[in-house]
Design a protein around this ligand. Sequence first.
Ligand SMILES: C[S@@+](CC[C@H](N)C(=O)[O-])C[C@H]1O[C@@H](n2cnc3c(N)ncnc32)[C@H](O)[C@@H]1O
Length: 194
Amino acid sequence: MSVSRETEERLACYAALLRKWNPAINLIASSTVGQIESRHIADARQLALLAQSATGTWADLGSGGGLPGIVLAVLRADLAVKLIESDQRKAAFLRTVIRELSLDNAQVINKRIEAADRLEAAQISARALAPLGQLMAHVDRHLRSDGTAWLMKGRNWQAEVSEAQRDWKFDMKTHPSATEPDAAILEIARIRHA
Ligand SMILES: C[S@@+](CC[C@H](N)C(=O)[O-])C[C@H]1O[C@@H](n2cnc3c(N)ncnc32)[C@H](O)[C@@H]1O
């Protein structure tokens, strides 16, 4: 995805804020601070590329330091991005990023996913939040019936899918991760109880 110089500058500003705040509130594993651009931001950029047809509201569940939600909001000014994050200090960080980057299309919801008002989002993302079986209940609460969930999973994703299929039915396409061998992005729709 080719982006403007202004967009690259905003992503660089976001990376700088992650570096500045990480020692105090542990937004990303300290061992990966040297890989903010090559791993964390790149991970979110590949999602934006896959989800090019996204429109309307995008909810990022358990957004933490804003991955992938903040990057999506920077790359896609046309989307309304809702960042659900229960931790107050991380929510304060996200508000700071939104202010510093003038991200008019992003909003923080400082609540637990299971307590937040239903969002009826057209798209949902989640990265490093919970096993797929648990994620399904979160997604089911906030996704529109015709919406798509983009779930970023590690190398154990196949076992998670098998476990989730005991309780849930869903349509799924898988996309190999460009940043981590054996990891995958699961594109999931038509979620219903098994
Ligand atoms: C491991 S972090 C991942 C953060 C980010 N998505 C990333 O990839 O870097 C999980 C985040 O989800 C938040 N979280 C966990 N359970 C939650 C819940 N039920 N409701 C809202 N936030 C939750 C935690 O506070 C934490 O910031």
